[in-house]
Write a protein that binds this ligand. Structure first.
Ligand code: HAM
Length: 416
């Protein structure tokens, strides 16, 4: 039996309808904020990620799909969008347009993680970046956009916004030192993973799920006490901006995120409905990344929403499609039917042509349609077509020119 790869899924029917709906709705909202779309390749040089997400991050250390191609290049299937979007920004010389530049993209991403509910090896994100805006207003706008996307998807009640600031580089480094000093003094009591992280990536320990580690962390220094004046000021402005918009948030000093490029604002929209994988949308400010990648000193902020997790939170969507059944009876009628179907579809009518087989069975199949267009011998002789209203059962005869206006009556606003 052929199977799909572990951690990947086929999307069919209702599930795919939801995903299509997600993209349609989020793009519509992003449009209201002046975003334009960008598409980057699924493969990149592995260095785009290795050098920029953090050598010690889980994504780089354990989860990247890397391979050597036939020209001996080390490539990676992208595990996230921010680094490729910044790479594209630099490669295509978009600096001049960054005032700011607001970019949205979506697509598949790959991380070799242990699959579970809400966690796959091939997953999808909708990703938004505001590039070239140093003011807190961009952070506030990014969060406002995420909230309005969640509203458009009708799941904003199921998530809460958690907010933190990592401060600038100076604040971050002094906090990191204080945290390491504290944790070193408890080293023997930490879990083995946290002991490892104490060397490689100490702030990730704040994310620990281990009870024992959490007890130790309860007495650890917190980042808020290490902000310098500028970092304090920046964070207050973000909070004031969110307050002004009526956006509710909870400060979570343990929210550090798993990727290395963040400074100042970090945020996650989390849910209680998806078990351990509780982050639905996540992001933050990354003022150093573009410069680190060889571009100018260009600040940026953004976020990504996990499409599978969003979809899990959404109710099923009914795709109400106004389908017209076309039932030609006999060979001559079939040729007329082909022509009529071809034209109607060009005119924006959804047509299901039931061209062959037992007539009774064909009418049975047409039962879910709004109307049936019947072409029999009689109709061909009189140069007319029968339109049957499938809910009332009533029939009328129309000329060929009258068919389209007659069928349009079944459509509300969806036909051009
Ligand atoms: P991230 O936190 O790694 O951030 O991922 C963002 C979101 O993608 C998560 O909150 C989750 O919904 C979804 N996600 C991540 N991994 C998986 C998985 N294995 N299966 C299913 N869903 C997953 C980033 O990727 C950053 N690039 C976000 C960002 C954009 N920061 C600034 N701009």
């Amino acid at each position: 039996m052929l199977k799909q790869v572990r951690g990947t899924r086929d999307l069919i029917g209702g599930e795919l309808n939801k995903v299509t709906q997600i993209y349609r709705k989020v793009y519509r909202v992003a449009n209201n904020y002046g975003f334009s779309q960008i598409e980057t390749p699924v493969i990149e040089y592995a260095d785009v990620f290795v050098k920029n997400l953090g050598n010690d991050s889980d994504v780089v250390m354990k989860e990247m799909y890397t391979f050597i191609d036939k020209s001996n290049n080390t490539l990676a299937l992208r595990p996230e969008f921010t680094a490729p979007v910044c790479r594209a920004f630099i490669t295509n010389n978009l600096q001049q347009r960054a005032s700011p530049l607001k970019l949205i993209c979506h697509g598949p991403l790959f991380r070799y993680e242990r699959p579970q509910k809400g966690r796959q090896r091939q997953f999808h994100q909708v990703n938004c970046e505001i590039i070239g805006e140093e003011s807190y207003l961009a952070d506030v706008e990014a969060i406002s956009l995420a909230v309005n996307m969640l509203k458009a998807l009708n799941i904003e009640r199921k998530v809460q916004l958690e907010l933190n600031s990592l401060g600038d580089e100076q604040s971050y480094n002094s906090y990191r030192k204080a945290l390491v000093d504290y944790l070193e003094s408890h080293r023997g009591d930490l879990s083995s993973l946290s002991q490892e992280r104490l060397v490689t990536n100490p702030l990730r320990i704040l994310d620990t799920k281990e009870e024992g580690d959490r007890r130790i962390l309860a007495g650890a220094p917190i980042i808020q006490d290490y902000y310098n004046e500028e970092s304090e000021e920046f964070f207050s402005q973000v909070k004031l901006g969110l307050d002004a918009m009526g956006i509710v948030y909870k400060i979570n000093p343990l929210l550090v995120r798993g990727l290395d490029y963040y400074s100042h604002t970090t945020f996650e929209f989390t849910t209680n409905e998806l078990g351990a994988q509780n982050a639905v949308i996540a992001g933050g400010r990354y003022d150093r990344l573009i410069q680190q990648m060889g571009g100018g000193k260009i600040p940026a902020v953004g976020f990504a929403g996990g499409v599978e997790r969003i979809s899990e939170l959404m109710d099923d969507v009914d795709v109400v499609s106004t389908v017209v059944a076309l039932i030609p009876i006999g060979e001559a009628a079939l040729m007329v039917g082909l022509k009529v179907a071809h034209q109607l579809r060009a005119d924006g009518i959804v047509v299901n042509l039931f061209g062959k087989g037992n007539v009774k069975k064909r009418f049975k199949k047409a039962e879910g349609s709004v109307a049936a267009v019947i072409i029999g011998e009689q109709e061909i002789e009189s140069n007319q077509l029968t339109v049957k209203d499938m809910s009332s059962g009533s029939e009328i005869k129309v000329g060929y020119d009258e068919l389209l206006p007659e069928l349009k009556k079944y459509y509300t606003n969806s036909v051009k």
